[in-house]
Ligand binder design. Structure first.
Ligand SMILES: Nc1nc2c(ncn2[C@@H]2O[C@H](COP(=O)(O)OP(=O)(O)OP(=O)(O)O)[C@@H](O)[C@H]2O)c(=O)[nH]1
Ligand SMILES: C[C@H](OP(=O)(O)O)C(=O)O
Length: 209
């Protein structure tokens, strides 16, 4: 297939065995692992079905996740085991720049309900030129970060990262906007998020599993 070589979607994914630690008191290790895997597969399937033209890169320390990604027809980068999310994203960004992508959309693999119209809205935001668009999570994290060029700002993922990403764009004197997208705000981090992961979605936000 002829893929769009303007935008690279980057999905960072932990080793599933290490994921969802905040749910430790509520779910057994195998349950956390299968939840993380389900959310990851859902994310890949969403982009494969709804945005087949977009290039997609998964960055992960897990050989299992990398192999699954490659079998699905996408690129995977293996990072060092303990490098952490921001370092993993720097690795992905070097790859995107090396491949000539003009912009990069980072989406974590733990969004409950991915919605085509919302992702379309996000992708349609930026005109030509350097810019940053942030879709915050309900608790002030960053559930999508669109950067043109891919290395427009240093990454500052972690608790309440949306305001840090906003500040980084201001420091770099780049146009920046926050886009509050209802479904994209919802990730699965805390016990109170679990019903979203367990209950059926509306047709508009159908899961891709
Ligand atoms: N490649 C990579 N992805 C990461 C890393 N840390 C987090 N992620 C991914 O980034 C997204 C957001 O992760 P977090 O919410 O920090 O981690 P989580 O495993 O989902 O949940 P907690 O363990 O409870 O923080 C998820 O898709 C994770 O798999 C990392 O060190 N490397
Ligand atoms: C990585 C972090 O994710 P959260 O803690 O919101 O899952 C963030 O959004 O910067």
């Amino acid at each position: 297939m002829n893929r769009d070589h303007t935008t690279c979607v980057v999905i960072p994914m932990k080793a599933p065995q290490q994921a969802k630690t905040r749910l430790m008191p509520f779910l057994r290790r195998t349950q956390r692992e299968s939840l993380a895997l389900r959310l990851f597969h859902n994310t890949l399937e969403f982009f494969r079905t709804e945005f087949p033209q977009l290039s997609l890169l998964v960055v992960t320390p897990s050989a299992q996740i990398a192999e699954h990604t490659r079998r699905a027809g996408y690129h995977a980068l293996l990072e060092d085991q303990q490098s952490g999310l921001n370092a993993a994203l720097r690795l992905a960004t070097s790859w995107s720049l090396c491949k000539g992508f003009e912009r990069q959309l980072i989406i974590p693999a733990d969004i409950a309900w991915l919605n085509r119209a919302e992702i379309r809205q996000l992708l349609d935001q930026q005109a030509e030129g350097p810019a940053v668009t942030i879709a915050p999570s309900a608790d002030g994290g960053t559930n999508a970060l669109l950067c043109a060029p891919p290395d427009a700002i240093p990454f500052a993922f972690g608790r309440h990262s949306a305001s840090r990403h906003l500040r980084a764009a201001e420091n770099a004197s780049l146009p920046c906007q926050q886009l509050r997208l209802i479904q994209l705000q919802q990730d699965i981090d805390q016990p109170q998020d679990l019903p979203r992961a367990l209950f059926p979605m509306t047709a508009e936000a159908a899961p891709y599993v």
